[in-house]
Ligand binder design. Structure first.
Ligand code: ADP
Length: 401
């Protein structure tokens, strides 16, 4: 296990004006599972590869367990990397694929006497030397890893006789046998089909419980990030947008980008106008005026919010519904997507299109969104003010968290 610290790390690739990674600061704790997430090209892999030593650091410092590793060779960093294309050796058995790295590795040991006790030099110190693992030691490690990953029965098979998920487990096993200080994983599940990806995601959670090692995991998939990470690091254009637990990032997104990136269906965004009223604030949006709760008004004040146009954000989950017809905002239903136990409604309020989650409703299952009289279907909904997000038009920052 190890902590990993990045201090003001930059990466400039040749021939590109903008840095691929810019002023990256992060402390990853011993045994923590941290996920880097963001759209393609935002600098996730580059950051991971700099930690692994596969890419030079242009500026800044990276520490593994308080040791500066900027100039350290990848093999000396004691870190294991698992990629999306896990490149097993096709001619070797699973056992040999897992044992391969161990056979090459040299470890530090101390000379012993015939009776097993340590030999000492004339100063009474043990005498160090480097040696390879013995076959028995390799066997022990491979079997232990195979048990963790439940691939004991396939050890004599060649990779081509394995399913995608089993191959992925062998690739992870190859890393586990080395007992690395940290696991770095770059989109390890992206080559798998959706069902297997879900299954492997579950297995990674279990694996993590079995081997308490530091994990740094890269994905563009926000569902993977939220389900796996103790903390997630949301990136865009080489810059960290927010670091937090999945719950923090979901409920208190730092800015418009994070709010839109995390959560499915995506958060709804629409325009609103903030005004001061006495001690507090009001919001005009979707044709209505809302007096904002005192706690939201206080945060708006502390963040220096200005009167005027802002972007309102409401997750599809956070709409309420009028008990009586005509109570709330009239929204015309355009599409109803059946999602099993719920419907996702795409509705229009004036020019604004919103996505709203509602419990499954059999009357919505027709192909037409008109009722039996041929009239448009209208629902009456309202936004839950305690879950509302307000974003600055100028810089996108969240004004209520
Ligand atoms: P991600 O992993 O988030 O998809 P990357 O770290 O791979 O993003 O890439 C970040 C940026 O750096 C992208 O704009 C990409 O085009 C650029 N980049 C990546 N590798 C290289 C390279 N070897 N040479 C030049 N530019 C690169």
């Amino acid at each position: 296990m190890a902590s990993v610290t990045l201090k003001s790390v930059y990466k400039y690739y040749e021939n590109s004006k903008e840095p691929a990674v810019k002023d990256f600061n992060l402390e990853i704790g011993d045994g923590e599972f941290v996920v880097f997430v963001g759209p393609s090209g935002c600098g996730k892999s580059t950051t991971l590869r700099m930690i692994a030593g596969l890419e030079d650091i242009s500026q800044g410092e990276i520490y593994i367990d308080d040791v500066l590793v900027n100039e350290m060779e990848p093999k000396d960093r004691d870190i294991a990397m698992v990629f999306q294309n896990y490149a097993l050796y096709p001619s070797m058995t699973v056992y040999n694929n897992m044992a391969f790295g161990l056979r090459l590795k040299k470890i530090l040991d101390y000379r012993r006497n015939k009776d097993g006790s340590y030999r000492l030099d004339k100063n009474g110190k043990r005498i160090p030397y480097k040696r390879h693992y013995t076959n028995a030691e390799i066997d022990e490690k491979v079997i232990a890893a195979a048990k963790i990953l439940e691939i004991q029965d396939y050890l004599e098979r060649k990779p081509k006789a394995l399913s995608g998920g089993q191959r992925q487990r062998v690739a992870i096993g190859r890393a586990i046998v080395r007992s690395p200080k940290a696991f770095l994983m770059d989109e390890p599940l992206s080559n798998l089909d959706a069902k297997l990806r879900n299954q492997m995601r579950g297995e990674l959670i279990l694996l993590r419980q079995k081997i308490q090692t530091t994990f740094i995991y890269v994905t563009h998939d926000q569902v993977e990030a939220v389900t796996l990470g103790d903390r997630i690091v949301v990136m865009k254009d080489g810059i960290i947008q927010q670091v937090g637990t999945p719950v923090e990032v979901f409920n208190k997104p730092a800015n418009l980008f994070v709010a839109g990136f995390i959560g499915t269906p995506q958060m709804n965004f629409f325009d609103g106008t903030l005004s001061r009223k006495g001690e507090g604030w009001t919001l005009v949006t979707l044709g209505r005026e809302y007096v904002l709760p005192a706690d939201i008004s206080r945060v708006l004040d502390s963040k220096g919010a200005q009167e005027g146009e802002i972007t309102v954000g409401v997750r599809p989950d956070y709409f309420s519904f009028g008990k009586m017809p005509g109570e709330g905002i009239a929204a015309e239903v355009i599409i109803a997507e059946m999602m099993g136990t719920e419907h996702h409604l795409h509705v229009k309020v004036g020019d604004v299109t919103l996505t709203i989650k509602v419990p499954f409703d059999p009357s919505l299952s027709g192909e037409s969104m008109k009722n039996s009289n041929g009239e448009k279907r209208v629902i009456y909904c309202d936004i839950s003010l305690d879950k509302i997000q307000l974003f600055s038009k100028a810089d996108g920052r969240n004004l209520v968290y």
